[in-house]
Every structure is written in structure tokens, then in C-alpha cells.
Design a protein around this ligand. Structure first.
Ligand SMILES: NC(=O)c1ccc[n+]([C@@H]2O[C@H](COP(=O)([O-])OP(=O)(O)OC[C@H]3O[C@@H](n4cnc5c(N)ncnc54)[C@H](OP(=O)(O)O)[C@@H]3O)[C@@H](O)[C@H]2O)c1
Length: 249
């Protein structure tokens, strides 16, 4: 991971039970420039064994229960996180939790569309809205833009790009693609609303497979965290991939 999180006191990653979220937590805790407080949220931390091992062996890493689709769960998590971060607030919120189901034209159903939209587009907005007091508390402390101050990173996907979804070879997935396109719009709306308060908002496309599968998981996660570590005003409201390349909406 280039750059580091040394200027970032606290980070929260949703969906840390497995996959990219778990890998990000693991890489951050082992980084010499790690944030003081790492909050790894999961629907059910008790059953996330790898996450539990990390929490048990690394002080300052906290597992918090959070089902991003449940407002009651979001409110309970907010209280817990507020006491973990204290008056310094939350510097970096990574909305990583998401679902993906196979929904080509044959398979797509209204239920799959709505469930995916709820998890991937509505929930990042509701989680961000709930945690705003903590992001604002962090933003009030220092000038500039980035994870040293306050940032919302929405894990989007290149599959949310409308411009890039063209041609017979395009990957067919109505629910996932639509949800990530909606997430991109949520991010732009948040960026418009929160930029003046110094809260950076951006979309990031990671890659743990697909056309760049020759990249190891460690390389992918390292690239994602390098982009997050280096965020500055120029990235606000943007749609970036893991290598720092701007994506077409
Ligand atoms: N993998 C890639 O190559 C790739 C590419 C582009 C974008 N992305 C995006 O990157 C992010 C992570 O992807 P991934 O590959 O790591 O996904 P993954 O392996 O499917 O993991 C998804 C995570 O989200 C959690 N989650 C789902 N619904 C949740 C809910 N209602 N509340 C809380 N947590 C919930 C899951 O928790 P449970 O264990 O409880 O199910 C799991 O921890 C996603 O936003 C994805 O769309 C990934």
C-alpha cells in the first residue's frame, strides 16, 4: 500500500466478514501506518471467524454488528461507533457491503432488483446519513480534503458505468449494474451536499477478478487502499478505479 493511513485516526468498513472488506481490514491492521481505530462491521461478527481472529490479536480493531439494510441496526451501530471514536469523530467511512446475484434478462425478477437496490444503493446512503455527525465532527478539526479529515468511499463497480455498458460482449446483470449506477448518483448527490463541509465523497471500483484477475488479492486490496490513502480535493465527486484511473459514468 503506497502512502498510508497515519493521518487517519479512524476508519469504518462495512461488510468486513469476508471478501474485500475482510482483506482491507487485514491489510490495514498489518500496516505500519495504520489508523488508531479500525472498525470492521459485519452482519454477524460472531460467525465471521477470520475477522474474530484479527480482532483478538490486534488492539484498536473493533468488530461492530451492522446489517446495512436495517435502520435499527444502523442506529445501534452508530451509538457503538460514537463511543469508539470519541470527540475526534470518524475520518473514513468505506461503504463496502453489497450483494450480487445473477440477473440476466431471463433470470431477473422484481424481487432481485429491489433487494439489490436496497443493499447496494439505498443502504450506503442511509449509513452515510446516520454517521454524518461523526464525519462532521472529524471534518471540523482540520482543513483540506482526504482521509486525514473526513471521507466517504463508496465501493462501486465499473459495471455501474452506463457509458461502458455497450455492445454484445457486455456482462449481463440487470440488478447489480442498475444498483451500482444508482450508487454512483447517490455519491454525486452526497458530494454536492457535503463538499462545502470538507467531507470528501467518491466512488471506487476495486477489482478482485474479471479482466485483471492476474492481479493477486493482496495487490488489488493494496491498490484500493493506496487510492483511499491518497484522496484529495481533486478526487471529490469522482468515479475512480483501483489504479487511480478515472472511469466514465
Ligand atoms: N470483487 C470484485 O472484483 C468487485 C468488483 C467491483 C466491485 N466490487 C464491490 O466491492 C465490494 C466488496 O465486494 P466483495 O467481492 O468483497 O463482495 P463479497 O465477497 O460478496 O462480500 C460482500 C460483503 O458484504 C456483506 N453484506 C452483504 N449484505 C449486507 C448487509 N445487508 N449488511 C451488512 N453486510 C452485508 C457480506 O456479509 P455476509 O458475510 O454477512 O453476507 C460480505 O461481508 C462490493 O461493494 C462489490 O460490489 C467488487
Amino acid at each position: 500500500m503506497k502512502g498510508g493511513f497515519s493521518q487517519c485516526r479512524s476508519v469504518l468498513i462495512t461488510g468486513s466478514s469476508r471478501g474485500l472488506g475482510l482483506h482491507m481490514v487485514n491489510m490495514l491492521v498489518n500496516s505500519p501506518q495504520r489508523p488508531n481505530v479500525i472498525i470492521a462491521t459485519a452482519r454477524n461478527p460472531a460467525t465471521a471467524q477470520e475477522l474474530q481472529k484479527i480482532v483478538e490479536s490486534h488492539p484498536g480493531v473493533n468488530a461492530v454488528t451492522l446489517d446495512v439494510t436495517s435502520q435499527a441496526s444502523v442506529e445501534r451501530a452508530f451509538k457503538e461507533v460514537a463511543s469508539l471514536v470519541g470527540p475526534g469523530g470518524l475520518n473514513c467511512l468505506i461503504n463496502n457491503a453489497a450483494v450480487s446475484m445473477s440477473t440476466d434478462l431471463e433470470k431477473v425478477t422484481a424481487e432481485a432488483m429491489l433487494k439489490t437496490f436496497e443493499s447496494n444503493a439505498v443502504s450506503p446512503l442511509m449509513v452515510t446519513k446516520a454517521f454524518l455527525p461523526l464525519l462532521r465532527a472529524a471534518a471540523a478539526q482540520v482543513p483540506g480534503m482526504g482521509i486525514h479529515r473526513a471521507a466517504v468511499v463508496n465501493m462501486s463497480s465499473v459495471l455501474g458505468s452506463i457509458q461502458l455498458n455497450w455492445g454484445s460482449g457486455a456482462y449481463r446483470n440487470y440488478a447489480y449494474r442498475t444498483s451500482k449506477a444508482a450508487l454512483n448518483m447517490v455519491t454525486r448527490c452526497l458530494a454536492n451536499d457535503l463538499g462545502s463541509e470538507g467531507i470528501l465523497c467518491m466512488d471506487l471500483h476495486p477489482d478482485l477478478g474479471g479482466p485483471h484477475a492476474d492481479l493477486s488479492v493482496e495487490e488489488s486490496v493494496s491498490s484500493v487502499l493506496s487510492v483511499v490513502a491518497g484522496l484529495s480535493e481533486k478526487d471529490h465527486g469522482g468515479y475512480w478505479d483501483y489504479s487511480g484511473k478515472i472511469l466514465l459514468w
